[in-house]
Ligand binder design. Structure first.
Ligand code: F6R
Length: 614
């Protein structure tokens, strides 16, 4: 939810930290702050609003030059997003500066205790209690690492903490529980951050931190322990993308860049999964075939866009595997006493791998004895680490807050899983799997075709930019595409937008239709079933009531012409694969409308990229 960073090394620590915060600003942008340690004195600057406000403040009131610094970019939970509540928080004795991502649930009782020991609080945040308690511990003579472990044992909730002590000029101590933390290992310099993007400019060697662990970092190395002080081994890995992936590369927005990266991203999701013997090999699926054969129910759990990818996947999984498949919003799943048994396969979908609600669903399912497969884009994130198996989407970093390549690659990965289950359970013959794989492998080129023809969507965005309300309709896999189209428009263009199953419209929502209301309709390919014709009837129903219909349909399908005000032609694809194409014009439409309205597309109001609090 927030982005945090710490640096120790020979460079100008302020510059490293501010650049790192810039690359993590997608995680939260309610306020930003930095603290440096120079000549035994901690100095901090913090400012409400985006990072640029902090940068302006630093020009007015420069910090002393330093080689040790911590920084924070905030998505507010406790306390308004103002200067005082911005991080870092300093202990009132001046010893400690600390940044935090997460929520400390028992902060009220700890605050009372710290106050009784003489701490003077300045902010309304839960975070300050950690800074004050650390300050009291080190003032009592406890060294910083032990002090951190001692307070972590007492904190409840989710937290990543990064702290520095005025008395320790070369050391950063960080801890994590339920929130992300990664260590960056440079030559003669070290980093800790929420995300490797923060330090990718300087090193691609990283170390994954486990749950309930503390890392003590100096410029020459690091040491990891659990909260009890036992030494543990961090898991080193090499980051397989570089700085250019974390920059806009000539695009106006990360979101637009990520939309245009989809052909490559989907290709990378599929890469190396299908061998010369025409077998799907998902090496990361470390679940025995015997266990997969026993599965009698699949539950897909996810949030937001990832949930919509799950809705798409359900159609394919049930069709190919003949296993009942439920799809549920993670925040609802855990609190309704779901029926999960050792024969249930839980599939989580999460771009970040950090979403708290989805993580809690993983833990709940595993407690019931279910196996869990994670579909995730972020190497070493908490959700894949706590799952039995993972399919990484390999989409590269997604920085725009609105998920785009996340969605299409999640669908591709979920389809791989569906086909793999069908292969293991024998519900599809090898040549049937081969046929779907061949079509999947043709999708990157078709997505590219859609991207090569965006002029029509840009013109549409220009004409519809002042509209107040937009509907999206679809059936079957077109329904989650409609939901995704509406979500994109809501979150970045701030327009009222709703997605409906086209057949459900006449049971209520059709009352919303007014003269000239734009309604996007995803038309399934013409096939053996009646789905296509039913959607054509739905288009006629809304057109008869004055709607302005924008119809997404496969090329060559002229049946819609009499009922469509605008037609967006898509390359041919089978019904199950059409979402990979139909979503793209809707992403572009939202991005373009938001741009024309002058919104910050990459950092929409009230949102943050990964939701690490429940
Ligand atoms: C929408 C969006 C969110 C995320 C959701 C889940 O554009 O980005 O709805 O899809 O918060 O996030 P992950 O996939 O990281 O679990």
């Amino acid at each position: 939810m927030c982005g945090i960073i710490g640096y120790v090394g020979p460079r100008n620590a302020e510059t490293v930290v501010i650049d790192g915060l810039r690359r993590m600003e997608y995680r939260g942008y309610d306020s930003a702050g930095i603290a440096v340690l120079s000549d035994g004195v901690l100095s901090a600057r913090k400012k409400a609003g985006k990072l640029i406000n902090l940068e302006t403040e630093l020009e007015v009131e420069p910090l002393p030059s330093a080689q040790l610094a911590i920084g924070h970019t905030r998505w507010a939970t406790h306390g308004a997003p103002n200067d005082v509540n911005a991080h870092p928080h300093l202990s009132s004795n001046g010893r400690i500066a600390l940044v935090h991502n997460g929520i400390i649930e028992n902060f009220a009782e700890l605050r009372a205790e710290a106050e009784s020991r003489g701490a003077v609080f300045r902010s309304e945040t839960d975070t300050e209690v950690a800074a004050q308690l650390l300050g009291l511990e080190v003032a009592d003579g406890t060294e910083l690492g032990d002090a951190m472990r001692a307070i972590c044992r007492r904190l409840e909730g989710a937290f990543t903490l990064v702290a520095i002590d005025a008395a320790e000029p070369d050391r950063i101590v960080a801890a994590r529980r339920n929130s992300p933390l990664v260590v960056g290992v440079g030559e003669g310099e070290m980093f800790v951050a929420s995300d490797v993007a923060a330090f990718i400019e300087f090193t691609r060697e990283a170390v994954e931190m486990g749950q309930d662990e503390v890392v003590e970092v100096t410029r020459d190395g690091f040491r990891v322990t659990d909260f009890a002080g036992h030494e543990v081994q961090g898991k080193p890995y090499h980051v397989d993308w570089d700085l250019s992936a974390a920059e806009k590369g000539g695009y106006d927005w990360f979101m637009r860049k990520e939309i245009y990266e989809q052909p490559k991203a989907v290709q990378d999701t599929l890469l190396g999964r299908y061998n010369a013997k025409r077998e799907l090999t998902l090496d990361e699926i470390r679940i025995a075939d015997s266990d997969l054969k026993r599965v009698d129910k699949i539950i897909v759990v996810a949030c937001g866009t990832a949930f919509y990818a799950g809705l798409v996947a359900k159609y394919a999984i049930e069709h190919w595997c003949r296993i009942p498949c439920e799809v549920e919003i993670a925040s609802e799943f855990r609190y309704r006493d779901p029926i999960v048994t050792p024969n249930t396969l839980l599939v989580t979908i999460s771009q970040s791998g950090e979403t708290a609600d989805t993580l809690m669903a993983v833990r709940h399912a595993r407690e019931q004895g279910a196996k869990v497969v994670a579909i995730c884009n972020t190497n070493g994130a908490t959700i894949p680490r706590e799952s039995d198996a993972v399919i990484y989407t390999h989409a590269g970093p997604e920085i725009g807050v609105a998920s785009t390549k996340g969605f299409t690659t999640q669908i591709a990965a979920a389809y791989l899983l569906g086909l793999y289950l069908a292969q293991v359970r024998g519900t599809k013959f090898g040549d049937e799997v081969a046929a779907v794989m061949a079509e999947l492998e043709s999708m990157p080129a078709k997505i590219q075709q859609v991207l090569d023809n965006t002029g029509q969507i840009h013109a549409l965005a220009q004409r519809l930019r002042d509209t107040k309300s937009v509907l999206f309709l679809g059936r079957h896999v077109g329904y989650p595409v409609a939901l995704e189209g509406a979500l994109k428009l809501k979150e970045i263009a701030y327009l009222h937008a709703e997605g409906f199953p086209a057949g459900e419209l006449k049971h209520g929502p059709i009352a919303l239709v007014e003269q000239d209301m734009p309604i996007f309709v995803v038309v399934p390919p013409r096939g053996r079933d009646q789905l296509h014709d039913k959607v054509i009837s739905n288009i006629q129903e809304v057109r008869a009531r004055g709607a302005h219909t924008i119809v997404l349909v496969e090329e060559g399908d002229t049946t819609v012409e009499p009922y469509a005000d605008e037609i967006v032609y898509l390359p041919k694809a089978s019904t199950l694969l059409q979402p990979l194409l139909a979503t793209v014009p809707l992403q572009i439409f939202a991005c373009q409308v938001a741009t024309l309205l002058g919104h910050d597309v990459d950092q929409p109001r009230n949102l943050a990229k990964s939701v690490t609090v429940e």
